[in-house]
Write a protein that binds this ligand. Sequence first.
Ligand SMILES: NC(=O)C1=CN([C@@H]2O[C@H](COP(=O)(O)OP(=O)(O)OC[C@H]3O[C@@H](n4cnc5c(N)ncnc54)[C@H](OP(=O)(O)O)[C@@H]3O)[C@@H](O)[C@H]2O)C=CC1
Ligand SMILES: O=C1O[C@H](COP(=O)(O)O)[C@@H](O)[C@H](O)[C@H]1O
Length: 504
Amino acid sequence: MTDTKAVEFVGHTAIVVFGASGDLAKKKTFPALFGLYREGYLSNKVKIIGYARSKLDDKEFKDRIVGYFKTKNKGDEDKVQEFLKLCSYISAPYDKPDGYEKLNETINEFEKENNVEQSHRLFYLALPPSVFIPVATEVKKYVHPGSKGIARIIVEKPFGHDLQSAEELLNALKPIWKEEELFRIDHYLGKEMVKNLLAFRFGNAFINASWDNRHISCIQISFKEPFGTEGRGGYFDSIGIIRDVIQNHLLQVLTLLTMERPVSNDPEAVRDEKVRILKSISELDLNDVLVGQYGKSEDGKKPAYVDDETVKPGSKCVTFAAIGLHINTERWEGVPIILRAGKALNEGKVEIRVQYKQSTGFLNDIQRNELVIRVQPNEAMYMKLNSKVPGVSQKTTVTELDLTYKDRYENFYIPEAYESLIRDAMKGDHSNFVRDDELIQSWKIFTPLLYHLEGPDAPAPEIYPYGSRGPASLTKFLQDHDYFFESRDNYQWPVTRPDVLHKM
Ligand SMILES: NC(=O)C1=CN([C@@H]2O[C@H](COP(=O)(O)OP(=O)(O)OC[C@H]3O[C@@H](n4cnc5c(N)ncnc54)[C@H](OP(=O)(O)O)[C@@H]3O)[C@@H](O)[C@H]2O)C=CC1
Ligand SMILES: O=C1O[C@H](COP(=O)(O)O)[C@@H](O)[C@H](O)[C@H]1O
């Protein structure tokens, strides 16, 4: 399957958001559609329909979503009103034909009024996985344009709960929707710094030349959030941090960071290499994992995870995990890789940290090079390197080659992840979506560990204070994976001054 012949949905396109009354729909999906409209990537010829069970009239629905729209420039407020005129809402159940028949009639009317010759219909399932199949089945039955046009369906993570349920989900969807119609979204694949990884790696000879186990000592990918589950405990308690962000978001980042160069930029060539590297990840060592759960903050002002009333009492749910893994390829053999993620930590940040091996030779006190790619906040890439102290000294200090996007790029529209991905789906471009074999491979990697952590021999999660760096044993875990904590005596940021010498 290739997308080269993919038809772009332009002009009179029907966009339907199922679960329109929900959290994702109001915080991400509709704001992304508005963002595309605001930037001119979505025409005013589209018809956007929210669909959910909740009893809302059009005004109540619009009031619910508009608060999350981002307006940047003068005139954007007018665009908000224009956009809202394109939106409507249908309140109907997911398991009965009436709502879908009404939806189909509404779209047919829209297409007839506008003399649409080829129907273009995009369906976004902003729904919990438990509802995917019934809705996908009914949509195919009642709202798919069939031979009169093209339909595409975007489904959200988590795709399943483990390997078995993921296979069941795929097998249930396969007879209904063709792979080229299916867009499994992992919004991390829409983030700017993640989309940049292949260009960065394969577009720069000096990076590619050292991108292997001869030069790199260890790789860390970190996800940190400064807030807890805050009311989403009902959702989170049954999945935990590994299913919530590691098995999907961080693993996607790892594939792009470590895969071999694709034979072309064709979406399938890229995804072939992603699957290939996933298949090279060794079986996880069930003991090579650190798990934690956040407790009250040290000042007692922030609640423990188990204080969340939506969490079952005594829950052992894992809100922090650091997982060590290895990739068995010639390029990465022997390089420890750490995926770590946590809720209720001391900051909000997602970053890739590649630590290089120690340089040797005549220079003393040389520190290891480190490449840091900050996915968010404040997108940046910087390489920490050694340099002679300017002036009469022969000592070296650590400095960096720094590409901070907000300083280096001016007035660029950097799409939000969901804006970027919805636009890709409208173009029929699968490059930044999850393919079925990729999904299966990701669950094959993590399912045994999840069963272990949720089984009778599960280690008790280490309690860490809300607002801390995470479990106290994290530092040792990182050191045990060849991550070297360098002295900061000869590193001053953002400016190095002569007094740096006094500390050395
Ligand atoms: N929220 C987020 O930040 C993110 C969410 N996701 C994923 O997106 C999907 C939707 O997430 P989110 O919007 O938070 O989910 P919600 O719990 O807000 O559900 C969305 C809507 O689905 C309907 N719904 C909820 N539960 C059921 C049910 N058991 N049976 C039938 N309908 C139900 C409700 O609409 P109504 O009752 O009106 O029909 C609800 O408003 C999930 O798969 C989630 O993993 C992915 C990334 C981030
Ligand atoms: O999928 C999810 O991602 C969000 C984090 O997304 P981000 O773009 O804000 O980094 C996370 O908060 C949520 O728990 C998870 O379901």
